[in-house]
Design a protein around this ligand. Structure first.
Ligand code: GLC
Length: 823
């Protein structure tokens, strides 16, 4: 079953049935002012922080779902019938859907008028189309580049042969307190801090709260103000819902002005529409005041709302600003575009997957319909991994984030689990206790720093001196070594890395006496990366140190082999997790993929481990994180995953973030069919015509899919902000399509499924835009026999027998066309 389709030329996903199984949402704006909007126009806006700067309200997990939002009601003033520009919140019978009619029928079987309603989610904007009883509307929502205001621009067309009078009513519920919890929960205070006035045609909401004064304006251009309400309850009426506000039902507002209780932003327009006539009404809402400039606590100054309305409240400005957003996103996405035989892969990589990696980088896990929205610090491990997919596109922004997150590392080498950038004071933070540390957090740094250096060629970055979170400072390279040293200083009885509060898996607590095989492989991987970095940058002593650490690990790694795969860890009481000897949690995904990725075990072991993953964990919807799922305690291990029923989340769910590693691992092993099979298994676009099963957006990755032991097997949950975005992008672009930055050039190392005769990647690398055409007449999985650049063969590809071709940076130039022949 389909609810929509990809429109790649427009870089949009078109929802043709807005009654999607769950909300299918989109992001708006920037880190100054942003928002979320669902396919029903639900969602919220915020200034700088979803938790601390909430501008409009949203009730999580409400019934009906996704309310409130940014609603525009339309009313036929001849007979009082009303509907909304988005299908919800009024929810008229959908044309040809829930009404017993056919597509195109303007009435359902019972003779009720039906609404045709569709949504175009684009990059940074959403457009809602509606047709109802001869009135068409198109509502476009977006936040212009670098601005702290939003547009709701509504075009209304009379498609009938008679004159029509249509009223429009805007509605958003405005937050009283910027702190979202205070606003929604501490009502004995937050309900008495708001004043909302109509001021010469513009709504002005003022709140003086304990922490600051916040102001908001709302205005309308393109029509006269026919009425207004700024008191929510006056607009909606008692005991009513947003599906039928009293003001809309009776056709006029009451001119209410909120003092205390709850504010809203309703301005009514009355449009007299001749046959065929279109009118455009532009609602605008922004931070600040109508008639005074405004400054936030950080000194950011915002102009008077009335000035913004005068400058931006025209159809031309709306078009110009929307074009600017579109071209901004084209620029963000253009550094990597592909044309492969897999259309769904193309749709994802070229548009939505890349967009998701940017959103995840921007918002971490903070701005969301799922993560409560007040989680606005940066989780250490999440942040370091989120950078991996955007280095090639926004290296400057990554550098800034990398600098900051490196200062979240403590002098002993561990890392603060959460860094709050606005409050972070490097050199002055409290050192976590050993029990509080996560064993994996700092171990992600070597991968990300190395990739940053490889992508940019900026080897000097490794010598940059940055403070530690608590005391002291060191070069970036020393920070990396210190991350390893921390693990080495906290090895367990069996020589594995102590698991501490958690490793990547938040739900496994091995503590200070138990050991994590995942973190051990992640450390081994980090040491290998450091060794390679050291060798290439003339740090011989460091390279020797790293090699000796790896040698010292050989026996430990071998001892962790369980017979068919690697164990997950060893408890404080000596019991193994992830062992065939157990009834539950026999095999875990994480240590086995990282055995292969780290390249620190014999190849036969890596293959054996990955074959066991395939046999024991793989399903048509992806790879389960462990099997069988847990129902019982394991002595000595904190299994907080027991709170989840089998097949949910970390307890045997298909955790998509870790699924991405299967693609990387098989890519490294050169098994193209399997890498591709894993890639396809959890590819969101694959579910476009199985949306009733997958349920969430087919255009973005989710945190997890219910696993085989769940009654919801195949249903995805927690879309958008997830480490899946970054790693699956790395997996497909670098390990299937095989284009990876190295210090001395670009490696092209395809690892393809059977039957692929070639593909194209256009890729920015160190300021050069390159076109890479891979030719594979024999349908091989791996191997490159020759590379030409603009027709000339590249002479030396010699690099110690590694797979693929390393094209030296000196041979590349802006606009160069590479032909890579497999063989
Ligand atoms: C969530 C967390 C992430 C963790 C993962 C596995 O996605 O954000 O930090 O690694 O769960 O537990």
């Amino acid at each position: 079953m389909q609810y929509g389709h990809f429109d790649d030329a427009a870089r949009e996903y078109v929802i043709t049935r807005p009654d999607t199984p769950r909300s299918w949402s989109n992001y708006l704006g920037s880190r100054l002012y942003g928002g979320i909007i669902t396919q029903g126009a639900g969602g919220y806006s915020f200034y700088k922080s979803g938790g601390q700067g909430r501008v409009t309200r949203f009730r999580f997990n409400g019934v009906p779902q996704d309310e409130p939002g940014r609603f525009v009601y339309l009313r036929d003033d001849a007979d009082g019938d009303f509907w909304s520009a988005s299908w919800q919140p009024v929810g008229k019978p959908l044309r040809g859907r829930d009404s017993g009619g056919r597509d195109g029928d303007e009435e359902d079987a019972a003779g009720n008028p039906t609404q045709a309603s569709s949504v175009r989610h684009g990059l940074g904007y959403s457009i809602f189309h509606s047709s109802y009883r001869g009135i068409d509307s198109e509502a476009t929502y977006f936040i212009p580049q670098g601005q702290a205001f939003e547009y709701w621009s509504v075009k209304v067309t009379n498609t009938t042969a008679k004159p029509r009078t249509v009223s429009l009513f805007s509605y958003a519920e405005l937050s009283n307190e910027w702190n979202y919890r205070q606003d929604l929960e501490n009502l004995q205070y937050s309900q008495y801090v708001v004043v909302c006035r109509m001021q010469d045609g513009m709504i002005h909401r003022l709140n003086s709260t304990r922490t600051h004064t916040s102001e908001l304006w709302f205005g309308m251009a393109g029509a006269d103000v026919a009425g207004f309400d700024t008191d929510r309850d006056a607009f909606l009426g008692s005991y009513r819902t947003q599906s039928a506000p009293i003001a809309v039902e009776r056709g006029y507002c009451s001119g209410s002005e909120a003092t205390g209780d709850n504010a809203c932003s309703t301005i009514q327009a009355k449009l007299e529409l001749a046959p065929g006539e279109t009118r455009q009404v532009i609602y605008m809402m922004g931070v600040g005041a109508p008639d005074a400039s405004w400054e936030d606590a950080d000194g950011v100054a915002l102009p008077k709302g009335r000035e913004i309305m005068a400058k931006y409240g025209t159809p031309e400005a709306v078009d110009r600003e929307l074009d600017a957003i579109r071209s901004e996103w084209r620029d963000y996405l253009s550094p990597l575009q592909v044309a492969t035989p897999d259309e769904q892969m193309n749709s994802m990589i070229n548009v939505w997957h890349a967009y998701q990696t940017h959103m995840t980088f921007n918002w971490s896990r903070g701005v969301s319909l799922i993560e409560a929205g007040d989680r606005d610090g940066l989780g250490y491990r999440d942040t370091v991994q989120d950078m991996l997919a955007v280095i090639h596109a926004i290296p400057e922004a990554v550098r800034e984030r990398l600098d900051m997150i490196l200062t979240g590392q403590t002098e002993e080498g561990g890392a603060m689990p959460l860094v709050r950038p606005w409050a972070h004071r490097p050199g002055h933070e409290t050192t976590p206790t050993l029990e509080q540390y996560r064993s994996d957090d700092p171990l992600w740094l070597p991968i990300t720093v190395a990739n940053f250096v490889y992508e940019t060629g900026d080897v000097a970055y490794l010598d940059t001196v940055l403070p530690y979170a608590d005391h002291g400072s060191a070069t970036v390279f020393e920070h990396l070594k210190q991350a390893i040293q921390f693990s080495l200083n906290h090895l367990g009885y069996n020589g594995l890395v102590q698991g501490l509060q958690a490793d990547w898996n938040d739900c496994l607590q091995f503590g200070t006496t138990g050991e994590s095989m995942f973190s051990t492989f992640l450390m081994a991987n980090g040491v290998r990366v450091i060794a390679e970095l050291a060798e290439q940058t003339g740090r011989e002593a460091d390279a020797a140190w790293a090699r000796s650490v790896l040698e010292g690990l050989e026996v430990v790694l071998e001892n962790a082999w369980d017979g068919g795969w690697y164990i997950r860890g060893i408890s404080s009481t000596g019991a193994k997790l992830g062992s065939d000897t157990l009834d539950e949690g026999k095999i875990y995904l994480e240590p086995n993929v990282w055995a292969a990725i780290s390249g620190t075990v014999p190849e036969a072991r890596a293959i054996g481990a990955m074959d066991s993953v395939y046999e024991r964990l793989s399903t048509e919807h992806g790879v389960a994180l462990c099997a069988p799922a847990h129902t019982k305690e394991v002595p000595g291990v904190g299994l907080s995953l027991l709170v989840f029923p089998p097949g949910h989340k970390e307890n045997g769910g298909i955790f998509c973030h870790a699924n991405a590693w299967t693609v990387v691992a098989e890519g490294i092993l050169g098994r193209g069919d399997r890498a591709y099979e894993y890639y396809r298994a959890f590819l969101p676009a694959k579910y476009n015509d199985q949306a009733e099963l997958h349920q969430v957006e087919p255009y973005v990755y989710s945190q997890f899919v219910h696993g085989p032991e769940s009654p919801r097997f195949g249903q995805a949950r927690n879309p958008w902000l997830t480490g899946t975005a970054s790693w699956s992008y790395v997996g497909v672009t670098q390990y299937i399509l095989g284009v990876r930055a190295e210090l001395s050039g670009l490696r092209i190392d395809p690892c393809l499924p059977e039957g692929w005769n070639g593909y194209q990647v256009t890729r920015r690398f160190r300021g050069m835009d390159l076109t890479i055409n891979v030719v594979n007449v024999d349908g091989l999985a791996t191997g490159v026999s020759s590379v030409t650049i603009d027709g000339d063969e590249v002479a030396s590809l010699d690099d110690e027998g590694k797979r693929g071709a390393l094209v030296p940076v000196e041979a590349l130039s802006d606009g160069a066309v590479l032909t890579v022949t497999m063989g």
